[in-house]
Design a protein around this ligand. Structure first.
Ligand code: DQA
Length: 145
């Protein structure tokens, strides 16, 4: 089993009740279970985390870099402005994939730019919670390289 960190940024723990017309009705618990279950089929031992705190997400990215752990990250609103998070992600020593539930490109202008995109191996957005499964499928290929 390969250890994988799935990191989630602010407000994502409120999935299910948060703007369901944008993010769907599945809860954060549903998302976690879907990732853990799919992860098993990919031979991934998933550590699934969420924080509203920028410093915490940076600390987790350092941990991943130090231990060469692949990362799937939905930075939520940090995507659009956290240069500190981007700098932490830039140090990655294993594949790192950006993921979004909605399609930020089809939404408000401030969501069109991702500070993370330039240092991630790739990004998947717009497929609801399936975005995470697609990201894990892509990750599976990257870790085999
Ligand atoms: C999001 C998109 C971001 O623009 C937003 O701030 C989020 C969630 C997504 O998964 O679609 O909180 O990352």
């Amino acid at each position: 089993m390969i250890k994988v960190l799935i990191l989630n940024g602010p407000n994502l723990q409120r999935l299910g009740t948060r703007e369901p017309e944008v993010y769907g009705f599945e809860t954060f618990e549903d998302l976690k279970n879907a990732c853990l279950e799919f992860g098993k089929t990919q031979d991934f031992d998933i550590d699934f985390r969420q924080t509203d705190d920028e410093a915490t997400i940076i600390k987790w990215l350092h941990e991943a870099a130090d231990q060469k752990i692949p990362v799937v990250i939905n930075p939520a609103a940090f995507t659009h402005y956290s240069y500190a998070m981007r700098d932490a992600a830039a140090m990655h020593t294993a594949p790192l994939i950006e993921v979004h539930i909605s399609n930020p490109q089809a939404r408000e202008e401030f969501r069109h730019f991702s500070v993370l995109a330039g240092v991630a191996d790739g990004a998947i957005a717009g497929f609801g919670i399936d975005s995470y499964r697609l990201a894990l499928t892509a990750l599976k290929k990257l870790v085999k390289l």
